[in-house]
Write a new protein. Structure first.
Length: 121
């Protein structure tokens, strides 16, 4: 597949689970994969996968979102955005601290909402 025909996907939350599996699947299909996660320096598998570029992105950090979006657009854009970042907490709600609840809400509900209006294509 030529680079002009090669499709690109941007994935948030690629360090584990569905995000990691999606990155591996699309890389195997010869897509250009931009796999974002909070700590790409800890990632060992995806960084060795052909066609995968890892990027640092914490979806609760507005300025980092803007910087990464501009960088992705500047590198040629993407065809698909898979906004997958998030996590869960186990246990009774009463057992969680206010800080734990706020962090989860900021990540899972507020972090994934569109904050900037850029065309990725």
């Amino acid at each position: 597949m030529s680079n002009q025909e090669q499709k690109a996907i941007f994935i948030t939350g690629s360090s584990s689970g569905l995000g990691r599996a999606t990155a591996k699947l699309f890389a195997a299909k010869e897509w250009k994969v931009i796999a974002s996660m909070r700590n790409p320096d800890k990632e060992k598998e995806l960084t060795k996968t052909s066609g995968v570029t890892s990027m640092a992105l914490d979806i609760t950090e507005h300025q980092q979102i803007e910087r990464v979006a501009q960088e992705v657009v500047g590198s040629g854009g993407v065809d698909v955005v898979f906004n997958n970042a998030g996590y869960g907490l186990a246990g009774a709600l009463e057992g969680l601290t206010d800080e734990q609840i706020l962090r989860m809400v900021n990540t899972n509900m507020l972090g994934v909402r569109p904050r900037i209006h850029l065309q990725f294509y």
